[in-house]
Design a binder for this molecule. Structure first.
Ligand code: ADP
Length: 612
């Protein structure tokens, strides 16, 4: 309470009492004078006495009045003060922050309920004790330094320290503290703190996790190096071994041929049969060894490619003529459609090897009397090849797998399962090493079409790799990668369609995952079904448009007929196309749009446009 408030009414009452005392004194004097029957004073002095009396009475009245008024306002101010103090106390008591006040010797004067609750103490166990008793011992020096600054009148912000709860738990806190002073003398500190234990533990977890990832990455890198080394050694070993094996095998085949053709000492029929097995087995082994040799050379980086401008009117007839006997044996006609004057910039021998493999497979898997086609056409700076057959076709889930080493489809309708399972793996490596790409389009029961692209000229650009590979996670933009988000119950539909169009699909399960991927990779386009659960397609598109780094990313938004589009205006902002494919015509709807975005016709468009 202020001194003025306390002293004001007291002074007024004293003044009133003094005035009344003087009045009484004056009256007493007058009475005494009347009784002594002395002659009355002059009328002037009587008049002055009366005036003084009246004045004193007035002063007494006024002082009394003021005193009463001051007493009233003092009570009101006291009530107000009590009210305010109750309000502040209530604020402190109900605050979620931990509030504490400490005296000049560091003893706790006040702690609020949140403080007690967080540390698990009762008020009686805490008040009067040094605040250092509740700190983690290692925190004491730091907190004493802070306390010293508070005593010196500084306000200390962003204090971080660790308390120890009654049950021994560490409580991480953060907050600010300052001190109050009266007449220049320190009264107490007032500190406001928050319990940030959960966040700190999370951060510690995150740090631990990051450290673990770092260690794992290091280990992985080490392993990778070991694997690379082992791989190189394996390839070198295979290359050397295959070379050694080839020499005796060539002798076996050569001498078997001589035995077979020897007219002077003809073989018995049974011997001839056995010799046939030997020759077939030896040839298969030789083919296998040759392919292993090729593959290991490619892997060891020892396959020298000599790309030159290669006119196709020389290469293609050579390949077809070599395979003609195989075709005739199955009554298959090889139909060639090659635009005149067409050339490709590639290693001649390796180009022939790829064509042999694809045409050989086409003949092998087509039924007797079937049809096999070889087409080549120019597409800008690329030369496109297509080898078609009327074989059993390849199921979608096998269309990537067949390009991996030793992978053969177990069941084909023709029951054909011969060969090494290496031809396509080699073909893919050969094509890609020359800046091209290769893939298959096929439907079971409707034949297959193997396509590959190679630069037509030395300056021709390479073709982006089509398959989903690990490096798709690299942050730089990759042409041809399309982020797809399927609608519920349609998982894989968009990926398959995009893959069949020759693009590389990157599938996200929902909008959230799509945003996560978009932080790490910049695809050429996004194809999203607007009917997504959780973060739906609309929100995903809006989020993309709101992000300055993604604002220009082309989005193809798929809707179903009759679906309401509430945010149409927003959707159409930026390069967003809203598409409503007719049932069964998803591929046809997507193809021209993706081609527009990628700036070149897509795989299937090449055939559709009659280019191939
Ligand atoms: P290989 O033909 O020697 O087994 P490839 O690598 O050339 O090895 O082919 C791998 C597998 O792919 C084959 O075993 C076969 O299952 C499948 N395949 C390849 N070409 C065709 C085709 N034209 N039609 C059907 N299946 C094929």
């Amino acid at each position: 309470m202020s001194d003025g408030l306390r002293r004001g009414p007291r002074r007024a009452f004293l003044l009133a009492a003094l005035a009344i005392f003087l009045v009484l004194l004056l009256l007493g004097a007058r009475l005494g004078a009347g009784r002594s029957s002395e002659p009355a004073g002059s009328p002037l002095s009587e008049w002055m006495e009366n005036g003084l009396l009246v004045l004193l009475l007035a002063v007494a009245g006024a002082a009394g009045f003021v005193g009463v008024r001051l007493e009233g306002s003092r009570d009101a101010a006291l009530r107000q003060l009590e009210l305010e103090s109750a309000r502040y106390r209530e604020l402190c008591e109900s605050s979620g922050d931990m509030i504490q006040s400490v005296d000049s010797r560091g003893r706790l004067l006040y702690v609020n309920p949140s403080w007690l609750e967080t540390l698990g103490y009762a008020e009686g166990e805490v008040l009067g004790r040094p605040f250092g008793d509740f700190l983690l011992p290692s925190e004491l020096p730091h907190c004493q330094e802070v306390f010293g600054r508070l005593l010196a009148g500084q306000e200390v912000q962003d204090i971080e320290t660790i308390f120890v709860a009654k049950d021994g738990r560490k409580i991480f806190i953060e907050g600010d503290s300052s001190a109050s002073f009266r007449d220049g003398r320190f009264v107490a500190t007032r500190g406001f703190f928050r319990d940030v234990t959960a966040r700190k533990l999370l951060e510690a977890d995150k740090q631990r996790y990051l450290r673990r990832i770092e260690t794992q990455n290091l280990e992985l890198e080490l392993r990778n190096r070991e694997v690379e080394q082992a791989n190189r050694l394996k390839s070198e070993f295979l290359a050397a071994m295959s070379h050694e094996l080839r020499t005796p095998l060539t002798s076996i085949i050569g001498f078997s041929d001589i035995l077979e053709e020897d007219q002077e000492t003809p073989l018995l029929p049974i011997q001839r049969t056995y010799l046939g097995y030997v020759r077939k087995g030896a040839r298969h082994l030789l083919a296998l060894i040759n392919e292993i040799l090729d593959l290991s050379k490619i892997e060891a980086g020892r396959l020298d490619l000599h790309p030159v401008e290669t006119p196709l009117d020389g290469v293609i007839p050579e390949v077809v003529t070599t395979l003609q006997p195989l075709a005739e044996a199955k009554a298959i006609r090889i139909e060639c459609k090659v635009a005149p004057g067409l050339a490709v910039y590639a290693d001649r021998v390796r180009l022939k090897q790829v064509l042999f493999n694809l045409l050989g497979n086409a003949l092998k898997f087509s039924p007797e009397g079937g049809a096999v086609g070889l087409e080549a056409a120019c597409l800008g700076s690329l030369t496109c090849f297509a080898v078609t057959d009327s074989g059993p076709g390849i199921p979608p889930e096998e269309q990537e797998e067949i390009f991996t080493e030793f992978h053969q489809i177990l069941e084909t309708s023709t029951g054909v399962r011969e060969g090494t399972g290496l031809g396509l793996a080699i073909a893919r490596r050969l094509v890609e090493q020359q800046g091209g790409r290769i893939w298959v389009e096929s439907e079971p029961g409707r034949g297959s079409c193997f396509r590959f692209l190679l630069p037509a000229t030395p300056q021709g650009p390479g073709v982006p790799l089509p398959r989903e590979r690990n490096e798709a996670m690299a942050p730089e933009p990759r042409r041809g990668t399309v982020l797809v988000i399927d609608g519920p119950g349609e998982e894989g539909v968009l990926s398959d369609t995009v893959l069949s169009l020759g693009c590389r699909p990157l599938a996200a399960r929902d909008g959230r995952e799509a945003l996560y991927l978009l932080e790490r990779i910049r695809p050429s386009a996004v194809v999203v079904n607007l009917l997504l659960p959780e973060l739906d397609g609309f929100q995903l598109v809006l989020r993309i448009r709101a992000d300055p780094t993604l604002r220009d990313l082309p989005v193809l938004a798929l809707v179903k007929p009759g679906m309401s589009l509430p945010s149409m205006d927003l959707l159409c902002a930026g390069p967003t196309e809203v598409l409503c494919p007719e049932p069964g015509r998803l591929r046809e709807t997507l193809e021209p749009e993706l081609a527009k975005i990628l700036g070149h016709p897509l795989a299937s468009a090449l055939a559709g446009a009659g280019v191939l």
